[in-house]
Design a protein around this ligand. Sequence first.
Ligand SMILES: [Zn+2]
Length: 275
Amino acid sequence: MWVQAHAGQALVCHPLEAAASHLFTTRRWPLGSAASANRTDAWADVATALDLDPARLARAHQVHGAAVLVAGGQRAPAPPCETPRAPLPDADIILSNDPTRGVAVQAADCVPLLVADRRTGAVAAAHAGWRGLAVRVPEVAIQRLAREFGSRPADLLAAIGPSIGPCCYEVGEDVRARYATAGFSGPQLGRWFMSGPRPSDKNLSMPSVAASRRRGHWFFDLWAATREQLESAGIPSDRIYVVELCTASHAGTLCSFRRDGSRAGRLAGAIRARN
Ligand SMILES: [Zn+2]
């Protein structure tokens, strides 16, 4: 569902919203782009959209791994605006069960994944591209929610936000080989790696995608890989929502590194725990 937030258009997943306030931003929010003059303000807009003080939105320095940051429960005093910010900790999964805090990730093609526990109110935001999925970010996020906050997978809801789709995401043989080495099964590789692009009415392949297969290349379905990992972690399949919007296909609204290179901005996925 598209919503209009103060700072621009955003996406909200209706069933997830019932469990936790959240949003996926669009290109209108000047996050992470070189062209953006005021990134801090853009992140403040994300916090404001969740009705949070900007200092209460936890973010991490994302490194394409599966390290977890648990956003602490104590209420730290908000630093004055002019205080230089401490460097963000390295992590690609951020958890919280503190309703005074939000957690956020940024992505431009990788999956922004948001999870909420409708029983305890705990939440997770995670970032996963092919490297993150190869080290099982979705499974790690669910396991850590269980360990930190007692979450039961049957109580969880997950939303897979805009990310590059099988219409556009061409990868090399090395990527597929990494999944084989990581222990994923032949049937999983068969479902996640396709020999040609798979566009749809909703997601046309971007113009630079070759219509026919290039030797040693595959089209990777991040959405299927993320969904299946969430299912293997125990989330019921009907509580996993995939927005199915490809970042590379939608130049007007979404940010794509594959399409725009270093000029690409970033989309935020942000969520706030509930009491
Ligand atoms: Zn696409």
